[in-house]
Structure formats: C-alpha cells, structure tokens
Design a protein around this ligand. Structure first.
Ligand code: ZN
Length: 136
C-alpha cells in the first residue's frame, strides 16, 4: 500500500514522490500556494518549507525580468544560499528560470556524476529525462 498525503493547497490526496519533502500534489499547487501567501502578506516565516523570508535582502537584489513577485521572493532566498556574489551579478533570465524550476522540484541533484568543465552541478530533469548542468 502506498502512503498518500494531503496537498496543502487543494486538499487532494496524492502519492508523494519524495516522502517528507513534498507537500503539494503538483507544481501548480505549490506555485499557487506561494502566490496566495504573497497576496495575503503572510511573509513572516514559512517554517514548514524551511524558507526564511527576508524582505530587505530580497528587495535589494535586482532580478530584472522577473515579473512574478512570488518567484522573486522565493528566488531571493534560494539565491542567497545557492549563488556566489559573482553569480548574482551575471544571473540571466535563463539562470533564473533554471533556478525557478529547481525550486519546483523539476531538477534532482545527481550525486554519482562529476561537475562539468564549468564547475556546474549535474541535475536530472524530471520533465525531459535529460541530465542538465547548472551553477549552484
Ligand atoms: Zn494540490
């Protein structure tokens, strides 16, 4: 018997791919959940996701091209821990899209492959089944 969990957003039953980590039935529920949180200005501390909101830090970062404020907030926090100062300066729209996908669990880190010649980390792309390399 597979263990099911309840989606935090739509309250549907689902079978988690990664037990203990996944709290939503789908990527869209996860995005939607964060979007609604943002709208309600409930930005204190999302302890269940481990994401600590720091508005000051997020506001100071310039993420040109990111229109979605929810993604901006989540990215700001993730980027703080994932990117070096050097990377922050040269982050392109593509980088941000990559990071966004990462946060939505599309990419899973691969541990038995080495980093590529640019020092990027290998990830398994759940959607395409390809291996992709990203700066982390
Ligand atoms: Zn759901």
């Amino acid at each position: 018997m597979k263990k099911t969990e309840i989606c935090l957003h739509c309250n549907d039953d689902y079978i988690p791919k990664r037990r203990g980590v996944q709290k939503f039935c789908s990527k869209s529920c996860k995005s939607r959940y964060w979007y609604l949180k943002q709208n309600k200005k409930e930005l204190k501390l999302q302890s269940e996701t481990g994401v600590v909101t720091n508005e000051t830090k997020t506001d100071k970062m310039s993420w040109g091209g990111v229109g979605n404020s929810t993604v901006g907030t989540v990215l700001g926090n993730a980027a703080t821990s994932l990117l070096t100062p050097e990377d922050k300066k040269s982050a392109t729209k593509k980088d941000i899209e990559d990071l966004k996908s990462l946060i939505l669990d599309r990419y899973l880190p691969i541990h038995n492959l080495s980093f590529d010649e640019y020092g990027r980390r290998p990830f398994y792309d759940v959607d395409t089944g390809n291996v992709e390399f990203f700066y982390q």
